[in-house]
Ligand binder design. Structure first.
Ligand SMILES: NC(=O)c1ccc[n+]([C@@H]2O[C@H](COP(=O)([O-])OP(=O)(O)OC[C@H]3O[C@@H](n4cnc5c(N)ncnc54)[C@H](OP(=O)(O)O)[C@@H]3O)[C@@H](O)[C@H]2O)c1
Length: 274
């Protein structure tokens, strides 16, 4: 049923290259949105304790009737729950809200270098991983300098770093560092939050050339870069549109034209400043 090819993480586990994000989806709408995504062929769902929709997300997963081993569920630790003991407790609470007995991927949501707790936090993640309750562990919004420190001080190299990534913020230095270390790059806000990016003339022109939507062109660019992307939508037609990106290819000149749009422009916070 799934149309989405996997990437292989550094621990040998497969992760769908395209997933469904649920940030800003209210808990009481998450069940329906997740159900629509699963019916449309998505098998990977990205939530977080911070999104306050793990309950609705878990209901959508349960209602789908899809075997658990066919799904890839990610959640994230809230920054206020960093620290070894707090992280262990917060993980239990996330699992309970999701109604699951394991997650496929558990991420530290932000490094928060000013508080300097991400190493202790990650040691709790290593325990959760060793106990089999998170099949893979990783981080989000870590800069190469944070990853370098983490890798020096701990034993499990993060499987994934989930970072803001779209044509206006292409994160070349982070991607190169991840490739060197065997860390998968997962892009958040892959559509640039659906605002101006989808109206950029170069993207609209490529969309017209391929008879696709601008969102499909941007998602295909992520896929051809080899990254994981997790677009969000609560609109059923868009949920379906966003997964239909595996039956066409961008030409090298299309890829180059999109790569020329980088402006190093963030939509979200700068992880160095938190
Ligand atoms: N780790 C982190 O710190 C972090 C931070 C932010 C996000 N994330 C994750 O990344 C996921 C995606 O990021 P995001 O939600 O910020 O932004 P996004 O996926 O780039 O864009 C979502 C926006 O684009 C619209 N949209 C979706 N598909 C579209 C289409 N085909 N055509 C036109 N507009 C479309 C959506 O509208 P409708 O919903 O109204 O259809 C929504 O407003 C989040 O849901 C979350 O899981 C992680």
């Amino acid at each position: 049923m799934s149309k989405v090819p996997p990437i292989i993480l550094n621990n040998g586990i497969e992760m769908p290259q395209l997933g469904f994000g649920v940030w800003q989806v209210p808990d009481d709408e998450a069940e329906r949105a997740v159900a629509t995504a699963l019916e449309s062929g998505y098998r990977s769902i990205d939530t977080a304790a911070l999104y306050e929709n793990e309950v609705g997300t878990g209901k959508g997963i349960a209602a789908s009737g899809i075997d658990r081993d066919q799904l890839f569920v990610t959640t994230k630790l809230m920054s206020t729950d960093q620290g070894y003991d707090r992280a262990l407790r917060a993980f239990d609470a996330s699992l309970e809200r999701l109604g699951l007995d394991y997650v496929d991927l558990y991420l530290i949501h932000w490094p928060v270098p000013s508080e300097d707790r991400y190493i202790d936090t990650y040691k709790a993640f290593e325990k959760i991983h060793a106990d089999g309750r998170a099949k893979s562990i990783g981080v989000s919004n870590f800069l190469p300098e944070h990853l370098e420190r983490l890798i020096d001080a701990t034993s499990v190299i993060p499987a994934v770093n989930q970072i803001e990534l779209h044509p206006h913020l292409q994160q070349r230095a982070s991607r190169a560092y991840h490739a060197e270390q065997g860390i998968a790059t997962e892009g958040w806000s892959p559509l640039g939050q659906g605002k101006g990016l989808l109206e950029v003339p170069a993207i609209v022109a490529i969309a017209q050339k391929h008879g696709r939507s601008p969102a499909q062109i941007v998602l295909r660019w992520h896929i051809q870069l080899g990254n994981v992307a997790i677009p969000k939508s609560v609109t059923p037609a868009r949920i379906k549109e966003n997964i239909n990106v595996f039956d066409f290819e961008l030409d090298p000149e299309d890829m180059a034209a999109i790569s020329a749009l980088n402006e190093d422009r963030r939509l979200g916070p700068d992880p160095a400043e938190m």
